[in-house]
Design a protein around this ligand. Structure first.
Ligand code: ZN
Length: 125
């Protein structure tokens, strides 16, 4: 199992971790905007948001880098957010997590395998 790692924006390389959270700007389908703090442990799905927002299962959220404001939606897998997970200064992996509320799926893609986390990890992207 992976522990906590550093998450970076794949566009501007900004470190997204802060104080045991990973911070994003989000926008709901209703147009509400705010910030969300996610658990930095891979496979943990607790969160806090500011201002407090209510999400419905199945609702898609748009995630943005708080630094460069780019939408972090994966081009290959548009229902997922794509990040860089840095393991060491020379090693980083691609990480995908679902941006659909209630869909607890996370994938860490390394050179030769995909590690799967969450409730239905066999439902491959
Ligand atoms: Zn960025």
């Amino acid at each position: 199992m992976l522990a906590e790692y550093d998450y970076h924006c794949p566009h501007c390389n900004q470190l997204l971790n802060a104080d045991n959270t990973v911070i994003f700007k989000i926008e709901k389908s209703t147009g509400e905007k705010g910030f969300i703090d996610l658990n930095p442990k891979v496979g943990e799905y607790s969160y806090k948001c500011e201002p407090n927002m209510v999400f419905k299962n199945g609702e898609e959220m748009e995630f943005f880098c708080p630094a460069c404001k780019v939408n972090l939606k994966s081009e290959k897998f548009p229902k997922f957010v794509e990040l860089l997970l840095r393991v060491s200064s020379s090693v980083h992996f691609e990480m995908l997590f679902s941006r659909v509320f209630g869909d607890k799926r996370t994938y860490v893609i390394t050179e030769d395998m995909t590690e799967k986390y969450g409730d239905n990890p066999e439902d491959l992207i």
